[in-house]
Write a protein that binds this ligand. Structure first.
Ligand SMILES: *[C@@H]1O[C@H](CO)[C@@H](O)[C@H](O)[C@H]1NC(C)=O
Length: 530
């Protein structure tokens, strides 16, 4: 018990304290206005304890909720569930989305700012900037971030690279200038601008073994490598028999995360689509002196040519060991670059833990990140629980090992961001996290019971309302939700938001941002008269 009990506190309220209290109340009022939506529109009886952050004391937020976001939506990684909460949050707060004309930004091509609906290059209009960019793209920083972002990137580089990240961060990086800095320095006057420089960049990754299972079923007919193979096991048993770089949908069959992050591929993995934008730097960082390589520049190409290297003063021809070393430097270089760009990377296997950290980083309430799983395939096990190799058969384990080896770049990416996530969890506090996760799950369960028929995701055959029927794709069924009947008007609205699949939600936001004008009379004129 603290020294001040509530009654004693009351007695202490002299005129001076009143002034302080007034200030505090005004701050709270201001904060509540900012947080408006979530506090005013809670489902009755489902009020969340405000103290979920579990820091006792006055509920005065010490931060402002962040509302400029870039979410890189990676494939088959639970990203649809993240998209759902972004849609909801933006919808409730009237935020402006940078939307694709259809559902993706020209994927699998690299993101181009010109693909954003209503986008006008700097100076080309008086439009207000976008708040949220979150639909499928192959990441392309150059086209995502606005001009002012460059300096910040440079700074972040310095930050990311000077950190000794669990002993793995190379110590001897020469702090590079970001490629964009160079570009601007060369007199680029009209750099594309989509997102403001202070945007929060985040994404999500998933264990490549789980991702491969999901991708195989989902892209069975899209990827020629998958289509030719009778099963994932057969594919992974001898991927080269099916996989051809450059063939249709090849990116779905190997290192899909790496691809989505827009990272360059080493030459032997390259496809026609190629490597448009490796984070190449005119003054590239040098390799750490301790790794046994001659300190040469970090050119991804150089790293993969079988050139003789000097290790420990002895000349060596390229052995597989030195090749490993070079490829690992290539990987580390790219991961360090991602660290300098992304503020947070969620991990699908620790989805709820990730959501708590996300809410914390964004200064959002727990309610803002509570939602339902979206775009899950029947029997796909896309649940957010941490899945170890514990209950798996020997065959499953072998398949996982092969999937991770085949998707070696994704595996490195995954291990890296898993480590970062857990470092953050440690910082946040394990027990604080555990109680927030428990609260989040309880809240989700309560919402599911309240909103959903059966309290869970259902086979699409039960979903007759087109607004809630998820887009069906791939060889599995994509699950969705059926709303309870008899909800109050307010609950209905909130439950609809929670249950709306991503494509329908995108259409809804699109219609809100671009109210139909010309098409309305056309549509009405086509309506059959009664
Ligand atoms: C992810 O991190 C957790 C916590 O350190 C660990 O238990 C788990 O094995 C890690 N997973 C991988 C694939 O590295």
């Amino acid at each position: 018990m603290g020294p001040l009990s509530p009654t004693r506190t009351m007695r202490l309220w002299g005129p001076r304290s009143l002034g302080v209290a007034l200030g505090v109340f005004m701050t709270i009022g201001f904060a509540l206005q900012l947080w408006g939506g979530p506090f005013q529109r809670r489902l009755p009886g489902l009020q969340l304890r405000q103290s979920w952050a579990s820091t006792p004391g006055p509920a005065v937020p010490s931060c402002l909720p962040r509302q400029r976001l870039v979410f890189l939506k990676t494939h088959k990684s639970g990203s649809s569930s993240v998209l759902s909460l972004l849609h909801r949050y933006g919808d409730r707060h009237g935020l402006r989305f940078a939307l694709p004309a259809r559902y993706q930004f020209g994927y699998p091509k690299l993101f181009q700012a010109s693909r954003v609906k209503g986008y006008r290059p700097q100076g080309g209009g008086t439009q207000s900037p976008f708040h949220i960019l979150c639909h499928h793209m192959r990441f392309n920083l150059k086209e995502v971030r606005s001009v002012e972002g460059v300096d910040r990137t440079g700074e972040r580089w310095a930050h990311a690279c000077s950190q000794d990240h669990q002993g793995r961060r190379p110590q001897a990086w020469r702090l590079p200038r970001h490629p964009l800095t160079q570009e601007l320095g060369m007199g680029a006057t009209k750099v594309l601008q989509v997102m403001p420089s202070d945007s929060f960049f985040f994404s999500i990754v998933r264990d490549p073994a789980a991702l491969a299972r999901s991708a195989f079923s989902y892209y069975k007919s899209t990827s020629s490598a998958f289509r030719k193979s009778p099963s994932l096991a057969a594919f992974l048993d001898n991927p080269r028999a099916f996989y051809q770089p450059g063939a249709r949908g090849d990116h779905y069959a190997r290192n899909l995360l790496w691809f989505d992050f827009g990272l360059p591929f080493p030459p032997e993995m390259r496809t026609k689509r190629g490597n448009p934008h490796p984070p190449r730097d005119p003054n590239p960082p040098q390799l750490p002196s301790g790794v046994g390589l001659r300190a040469h520049t970090l050119d991804p190409n150089a790293l993969f040519h079988p050139v003789p290297t000097v290790a420990d003063g002895h000349s060596q021809t390229s052995s597989s060991a030195s090749l490993d070393l070079r490829s690992s430097s290539f990987i580390q270089w790219n991961l360090a670059w991602l660290d300098s760009v992304f503020d947070l990377v969620l991990v699908a296997e620790y989805f709820d833990e990730s959501l708590v950290l996300l809410a914390d980083a964004l200064c959002w309430s727990l309610d803002d990140v509570v939602g339902f799983m979206h775009n899950a395939q029947a029997g796909g096990g896309q649940g957010g629980s941490a899945v170890g190799d514990g209950g798996l058969t020997a065959e499953d384990r072998q398949l996982s090992a092969r999937a991770r080896a085949w998707n070696n770049l994704d595996w490195a990416l995954y291990v890296h961001f898993n480590r970062s996530l857990w470092a953050r969890i440690k910082q946040y506090g394990q027990s604080r996290l555990d109680s927030a996760v428990a609260e989040l799950r309880a809240r989700r369960e309560a919402l599911a019971k309240h909103c959903l028929v059966g309290g869970e995701a259902l086979d699409p055959k039960y979903i007759t309302d087109r607004r809630f029927r998820p887009f069906q794709f791939g060889s599995g069924k994509v699950l969705g939700y059926v709303l309870q009947s008899g909800l109050s008007l307010q609950d209905q609205e909130e439950c609809e938001r929670l249950a709306t699949p991503e494509l329908q939600y995108k259409d809804k936001l699109d219609a809100k941002q671009f109210p139909p004008t010309v098409s309305v009379p056309l549509k009405t004129s086509r309506l059959p008269s009664p």
